[in-house]
Design a protein around this ligand. Structure first.
Ligand code: ADP
Ligand code: MG
Length: 404
């Protein structure tokens, strides 16, 4: 693969009073086109400093940064600003949306700088908002959206120009686990569909699992650099592998596949792939019960019961013993019409389906928002209190004169 970003002996040091803080040293990175690369490290390890160097938001103390073969570390501020507008997208932890503007106007904004006409800008913004599952929120302002929805707008804005690379600093730092998964699925979807390179920075191991490559920083130096099988690809593969097994009712094979997945990866992956295949089932509950019935091992039975509950196929109160009883004594189960059952199942999984770019996404967001309005708002306020990435960058670039 072609190299998209390259650094040579990159170093960044700050002077704080009489002390010198070496935030980055000896960074030699080569990120190929289309790769999703995660820079992983604890707080203070130099992640944001590295991202700012790669994106040309800060000048290195020593060393070089190239994007598409262009030496951005030697560009003037004006050249850099233009280069970023033409080639780069950003996603921030605190979303950084313009508060007075609607979702459409926020997303259309980067196209302004590229001289795209108003009607074309709006059309492109609408298409992007649909892709991130916000077709019903297009005219909403950031204050009228949940954290997860605002970050979807942030992602739509970053990708609307189809940039070569999107940089993201802790993009899911203010989001819950499920929303994090949805946001990461979006990143990966755009990366795969458009061949867009993504560099994301995080302290979160779970987020790193979505990347193609994990570069770990400690005290400003790379201590490990590993290729990773993205959870996004793993999940998609599993969805396909499960399909024929579900259709042919090969439950033994299906259960071994699920067990292997949960031990190789996480239960979450198995749940996600199963949920996907539920849509082609007439009766998911019966399916889960049959699956559980063929398992001898109690621990595994418990695992499948948990997965059944996670996917919404099994009612929360049912324990594994009762499930087995139900299986052998089917008349105890209150029979509903097939249609009713199917509808009930969809109601249950409505807030859960992970296929982010489908029609259910917005309904799901609605539901989630209704449920979590108060905590989400608190979260957002809390994030506003945190260091604002943009402000951070401005502050940092102001210290450039203080380098060693
Ligand atoms: P991370 O993003 O991994 O939490 P940072 O890149 O923000 O870490 O910071 C790495 C190190 O550089 C830290 O020790 C931090 O205090 C220092 N640092 C970052 N920015 C500045 C600055 N503008 N002035 C002085 N020190 C800084
Ligand atoms: Mg940081």
């Amino acid at each position: 693969m072609d190299s998209l970003i390259k650094t040579v002996n990159l170093r960044k040091a700050y002077r704080v009073g009489n002390e010198k803080v070496v935030a980055l040293d000896c960074i030699n990175l080569d990120i190929p086109k289309g790769q999703v690369c995660c820079i992983l490290g604890t707080s203070g390890s130099g992640k944001s400093t590295l991202l700012n160097q790669l994106a040309g938001l800060e000048k290195p103390t020593r060393g070089e940064v190239y994007i598409k073969g262009e030496k951005i570390s030697s560009m003037s501020e004006k050249q850099l600003a233009h280069f970023r507008q033409m080639n780069v997208g950003f996603v921030f932890q605190s979303y950084n949306l313009l508060q007075g503007m609607s979702a459409i106007d926020n997303v259309a904004m980067p196209l302004n700088f590229r001289g795209v006409s108003k009607s074309k800008r709006e059309k492109a913004a609408k298409t992007m908002l649909k892709k991130v599952g916000l077709e019903k929120r297009m005219t909403h302002k950031p204050s009228e959206m949940s954290g997860g929805q605002q970050q979807r707008v942030g992602i739509a804005r970053a990708f609307v120009t189809k940039p070569d690379v999107v940089f993201a600093d802790e993009p899911t730092g203010n989001l819950d686990t499920r929303t994090t998964r949805e946001v990461m699925d979006l990143f990966l979807e755009f990366a795969r569909q458009e061949g867009i390179t993504i560099v994301l920075v995080s302290h979160d191991q779970n987020l790193a699992k979505y990347a193609d490559r994990i570069v770990t920083l400690v005290d400003g130096e790379i201590i490990s650099d590993k290729i990773n099988n993205s959870l996004y690809d793993v999940t998609n593969e599993l969805k396909e592998q499960m399909k024929p097994l579900v259709e042919n009712k090969s439950y033994k094979e299906l259960s071994s596949l699920i067990l292997k997945t949960t031990s190789d990866y996480t239960e979450g992956v198995a749940v996600q792939a199963l949920e996907y295949n539920f849509t082609s089932l007439e009766n998911p509950r019966e399916f889960m019960e049959e699956l559980i019935a063929i398992i001898d091992n109690e621990t595994e039975k418990a695992l499948f019961t948990r997965i059944g509950r996670e996917t919404g196929a099994i009612p929360k109160e049912t324990d594994s013993k009762r499930l087995a009883e139900n299986k052998s004594n089917k008349e105890k189960i209150v029979k509903k019409t097939k249609k009713e059952k199917k509808q009930g199942f969809f109601d249950k999984i409505k807030g859960k389906k992970i296929d982010t770019v489908d029609k259910k996404a917005d309904k799901k967001a609605d539901k989630k928002e209704d449920k979590a309005q108060t905590p989400k708002n608190n979260n957002d306020t809390a994030s506003d209190d945190k260091k604002d990435d943009k402000k951070d960058n401005i502050e940092k670039s102001n210290t450039e004169g203080n380098e060693e």
